[in-house]
Design a protein around this ligand. Structure first.
Ligand SMILES: [Zn+2]
Length: 269
């Protein structure tokens, strides 16, 4: 390894620090030994080498100690967890998972409605615009946090499609219901690739009425407009008691995994 000597103006000999760059193909690393130009050097490996070594260098600090640096190419794979879940995107601000975990979204439209109306009345265009931007950013931030959590903790995820069937029973506009949920679904889908896990959209039709335990649509299932307020119900066929939302999420998982397709009375349509 070369140390170049330089003579400064006052005659002092200064050594410039050694630096030997290399190509990844010209070296070999086995455990804590690096082989370069036919010579083996033992080094202290302070962390595991992940990926392919592309380039690197031997370099020296001012105290004459030598270091070896590696630049590695790693694939952008992130870890995923073991949850296998279905997710029901609720009418309001809850995303409910079949394993019981719920993600609550702040109702931003409601939170800022008053302030927004005030600005609009006063024709404060600039403030209206910035408040809209704030709501949009907060919503996006929520989608990022939730999708990150789901993708890093799960292996298989089935997410209910944002269906019109739920909306047909309410006065809510699709744009209101959809705001954020399609964003979340899109994020889940592209982050799934990064985490090496699976996210699939499945039809959520019948997910509310079907008993996730026995797979039928029993007489006691919540139906129509009157059924919207039902939080808990008991299957009249098998006697299983259900939390409405978790049952829907379990059905979405079952539909996606092909465990069962809803059967029973079609007169519910
Ligand atoms: Zn049942």
């Amino acid at each position: 390894m070369c140390n170049l000597k330089k003579e400064s103006l006052n005659g002092e000999v200064k050594k410039s620090l050694g630096w030997i760059p290399f190509n990844g193909q010209t070296i070999k690393v086995i455990d804590d030994i690096v082989k370069y130009d036919g010579v083996k050097f033992r080094f202290w490996k302070h962390r595991e080498i992940i990926g392919n070594i592309k380039t690197g260098s031997f370099c020296q600090d001012s105290r004459g100690r030598w270091y070896v640096n590696f630049q590695c190419e790693v694939t952008d794979k992130r870890p995923h967890g073991e949850r296998k879940i279905g997710i029901d995107l609720g009418l309001k601000d809850k995303a409910i998972c079949s394993d019981g975990i719920k993600y609550d979204r702040e109702n931003l439209t409601k939170k800022y409605a008053e302030r927004l109306a005030k600005y609009q009345r006063a024709h404060k265009k600039k403030q209206v615009k910035s408040l809209h931007a704030k709501i949009k950013n907060k919503r996006k931030d929520f989608s990022h946090k939730v999708s990150n959590h789901i993708c890093s903790t799960s292996e298989i995820v089935f997410v209910g499609d944002v269906s019109a069937s739920k909306l047909a029973k309410t006065k809510m506009a699709k744009s209101v219901y959809d705001a954020g949920w399609s964003q979340l679904t899109t994020m889940l889908q592209y982050k799934a690739i990064r985490h090496g896990m699976v996210v699939k959209k499945v039809s959520e039709k019948w997910s509310t009425q079907t008993c996730s335990y026995c797979g039928v649509i029993p007489e006691s299932a919540p139906k129509g407009i009157s059924g919207l307020g039902v939080r808990n119900w008991k299957c009249s066929d098998c006697g299983t008691e259900h939390d409405r939302d978790i049952n829907a999420a379990r059905n979405i998982f079952n539909f996606g995994a092909g465990h069962c397709t809803p059967t029973g009375s079609l007169s519910l349509q």
